[in-house]
Design a protein around this ligand. Structure first.
Ligand SMILES: Nc1ncnc2c1ncn2[C@@H]1O[C@H](COP(=O)(O)OP(=O)(O)OP(=O)(O)O)[C@@H](O)[C@H]1O
Length: 138
């Protein structure tokens, strides 16, 4: 890769595909959202799982602040999936799908970040919902 060379940087500045206007940037960003939604099953699964805390919140009647925390947690997991996919894509581009121990390290850590965020979300959901469930049951 020679992306850092002066010539390439000059070319990059003048390429027609470079974002020129705000709406171009927004269009490319939306393309990113639709691509990840179409191609990443994990993202769709995590988004789908978000329905459970929302249902629990509706049934158990949580406060405004608790709603904000739950929604924040759902979006944290989704954003981590975005970051994980970015890292996977860049690693695949750099390695061209060949095995490399650093590629493994980068992908494993990226997947680990999603896992840690999902566990964090579960802990938060437990703190909010378990006392209410216990109250109803006992
Ligand atoms: N180029 C590579 N070199 C070494 N190990 C790799 C490489 N690509 C993937 N791996 C290993 O395989 C695992 C799965 O990688 P892969 O790209 O298939 O992600 P994935 O399972 O599709 O993830 P997701 O389900 O989040 O899309 C990685 O965590 C890593 O351990």
């Amino acid at each position: 890769m020679h992306m850092d060379s002066k010539e390439n940087r000059k070319k990059y500045r003048h390429d027609s595909w470079k974002n020129k206007r705000f709406f171009d940037s927004a269009k490319h960003a939306w393309e990113g959202v639709t691509t990840i939604w179409r191609e990443e099953r994990n993202l769709r699964n995590h988004f789908g799982l978000g329905i459970f805390p929302i249902l629990a919140g509706l049934l158990l009647g949580i406060s405004k602040v608790e709603w904000m925390i739950i929604v924040l947690c759902i979006f944290l997991v989704v954003i981590m999936e975005f970051l994980n996919t970015i890292i996977e894509t860049v690693v695949d581009m750099v390695t061209d799908y060949n095995y490399h121990p650093l590629a493994k390290k980068a992908k494993d850590i990226a997947a680990g970040a999603v896992l840690v965020t999902a566990v964090f979300t579960l802990v938060i959901a437990s703190i909010i919902f378990i006392p209410r469930i216990v109250e109803i049951l006992f």
